[in-house]
Structure formats: C-alpha cells, structure tokens
Design a binder for this molecule. Structure first.
Ligand SMILES: *Cc1c(COP(=O)(O)O)cnc(C)c1O
Length: 366
C-alpha cells in the first residue's frame, strides 16, 4: 500500500445501512454527520448518504454545517449545538436549521433574524428525561415568548437516553413527556411540521419510524448502538462502513525474553517475529488497548504486544510469519479485529473508536 495508514470507507455498505434502516417505516432519514461523519469523512459521507436515500443532514456544530454548504450541498441541514454567541446570522443566510434549547438562544436567534430581515428556521428541543440538551424548567416562559419571536418553527424534537436498552420502559416515558409538551405547544398556537426523536437504536427497534424523520447515526455507519443489549452489526443486518489498513514499517525476529516497548510491559515468551505498525495513539489507536486486539496479516491474527506509542505499535506475527516490511495489515476489518473488538479491548464503545481516528489518517472511499 502507498499510505502508511488509511481509513477505507465502503460507501455501498453505507447505502445498504440507510436502506435497511428506512425499511419498515415512513420516516425520512436525517444522516447524522457530526464529528467528521463519526470519523468517516464529512463531505464524501454526506454526499453518499444523500445519494442513498437520506434527505436531511444533521450536525452538532455550526462549523460542520458551514463546511457542508461550502462543499455545495444544498440539502436541508440541522445544527443542534447552538451555544450563546454562535454565528447565527451566517447560519440563517446559509439556510441552516437551528435547534433552540433555551430562552436565551431563542432570543439570540430571533435577534439575528430581525437584523437580517429573514426568519430563522428552528427546531425546538425539549428535554424529556436525558437531562442534557433541551428546554426543561424554562418551558412555560418559552411558550409565552415564542409567539413574538422572529423565527419559523419547523421542527420539534427530543433525544433518548436509553433507546439502546430494549427492555427499559424509559424511552416510552420520554415519548409520553414529549407528546404532552407537543400538545402544550400546539395549544400555544404552534404546530411544527417536522417531529423527530428516533436515533439509531430507536429506529432499529421501530420506535419513532412513522414520525416525519429519524436521525440515523451509528447504524448508518454499520455499527451497533450497544452490542450488549442489541447484538453486533450482523445481528442487526448492518454492514460496517469503516476499515483501517496500515503498513508494517519494520519486521524483526526477536529471541524469547525480549521486553517490548515503553516500560517493557510485555516480554516475548518465545522466539518470534514482531511487526511495527505505523499507527499510534495520536492516530486514535487507544493506548490502553489490551492484547485482546491487534491486526491481521493475510487473514492471520497478530495481537498487540507492549504499549501503544504515539505513532506506532508492535504486533506479534508469530514465529513462522513470512511478513515483510511494507506489507499491509488490517487494524479494523470485518474478518479480523472489529471496531467492537477495539472498543472492548480498551473499555469504551465503538462510537469512540471510529470518531477518534485522527484527521492525519487519509479517508479513502472504496
Ligand atoms: C449523535 C446524535 C444522534 C445519532 O445517534 P446514534 O446513536 O449514533 O444514532 C441523533 N440525534 C442527536 C441529537 C445526536 O446528537
């Protein structure tokens, strides 16, 4: 391979995942592309998602939405992290829908609208039990102020805290709160057209799929929202989109008893062949990944040995390995170590594994 390391993005798998998630419901799909499309590459993923049946895009940051517009993408976009003092005027000019989580932000967006002489399109976010984003104690005050605000309310939404726990009744409790708030909003004279609350987990469990829209994140990337409660990708009919390949920079035969890496925390138990992989924690390889993970070389597993360094880590290729420097190994793949394996080996979730892959690793569409 030409690159020292590369992220490979399977856009056919992405298309499959969107079609799969859409089947069964009438909802449109908003493709969640925050955080560089969960590490998969913002613009190519956004374009592919739109070409594969998604009709909306969702970002956390306004800057992410600006990037999409700069790339010539005209699809509707919602940005839902709207902190005080954000570039609301620019967002309104670029037709980016804004989420409103508080009275203060309603006022700021309303002011920006007035200044521009163009009403912002907003989605009201209510906190129905996650206790993170959205209106909670300000709700009554918000309802009083809303009629005089210079905004066009197009959406009403909330976010689930425990949708990935199929046996929990917490999602239904959140929906009940949501429905009650929606009635109050309607009584106050506001009837938003776009109701949305389902994330990937809810969508996969057929919750909220007959509302106007679902917000599809991790499932679009072919990963399970929670392997413990919901099973792995395959059990959910999903195909992982990301794989990672890297070069072996160096291959060396070492005797038994060789301490490997900083701190000499691992020692070879026999004579063996080690490979130095040209990725490290600065690329997003978790430093605390255990030897329960590693790479595959021609399909054969080679576990990590010793600590992960900033730009490299060492794998045990086994005494009979014929690997050569320059060979390609797979760090994340469907047939070798998966994102879920890396997550388990480092005490985190697949979301963190894929989003943390550093910008310096090129993304290649395959
Ligand atoms: C990230 C996010 C999603 C997508 O969540 P997944 O679990 O990845 O499907 C949906 N809605 C909001 C508001 C989010 O922040």
């Amino acid at each position: 391979m030409k690159n020292r390391a590369e992220v490979r993005i399977d856009l056919e798998a992405l298309a499959h995942n969107i079609t799969h998630a859409k089947s069964g419901g009438t909802a449109e799909v908003l493709a969640v592309v925050k955080a560089n499309a969960y590490g998969h590459g913002l613009i190519p993923v956004a374009q592919a998602a739109l070409a594969s049946g998604a009709t909306w895009l969702g970002t956390a940051l306004l800057e992410e939405a600006f990037e999409l517009r700069n790339a010539g993408i005209n699809a509707p976009i919602i940005a839902w992290l709207t902190p005080p003092g954000a570039a609301f005027e620019k967002a309104i000019e670029l037709n980016i829908d804004l989420s409103v989580p508080s009275v203060a932000i309603l006022n700021q967006i309303s002011e920006a609208s007035q200044k521009l002489g163009k009403r912002a399109r907003v989605h009201i976010e209510v906190d129905t039990g996650m206790t993170r984003g959205g209106l909670l104690e300000e709700w009554e005050e918000f309802l009083k102020l809303l009629p005089s605000a210079h905004v066009e309310v197009v959406g009403f939404w909330t976010h689930f805290a425990r949708a990935d726990e199929p046996l929990s009744d917490y999602t239904q409790i959140q929906i009940n709160v949501f429905e009650a708030k929606l009635l109050e909003l309607q009584h106050a004279g506001c009837s938003p057209q776009i109701i949305h609350y389902a994330n990937s987990a809810a969508t996969l469990l057929s919750i909220g799929i007959d509302q106007k829209m679902v917000r599809l994140g991790i499932a679009m990337y072919g990963l399970s929202p929670d392997i413990g409660f919901m099973g792995h990708s395959a059990a959910l009919g999903l195909r992982p989109v990301m794989s990672i390949a890297a070069q072996l920079h160096l291959v060396k035969k070492v005797p038994a008893g060789s301490p490997v890496g900083y701190g000499g925390t691992a020692v070879t138990e026999r004579e063996t062949v080690l490979g130095v992989v040209a990725m490290g924690y600065s690329d997003g390889i978790p430093r605390n990944a255990s030897s329960a993970t590693g790479v595959t070389h021609n399909g054969k597993r080679a576990p990590i040995i010793g600590r992960v360094s900033m730009d490299q880590f060492v794998v045990d290729l086994g005494p009979d390995s014929t690997a050569q420097a320059g060979d390609e190994v797979l760090v994340i793949s469907q047939t070798g170590y998966t994102a879920d394996d890396w997550a388990s080996a480092s005490g985190t979730i697949n979301y963190e594994i894929v989003t943390r892959i550093a910008a310096r690793v090129p993304r290649i569409s395959v």
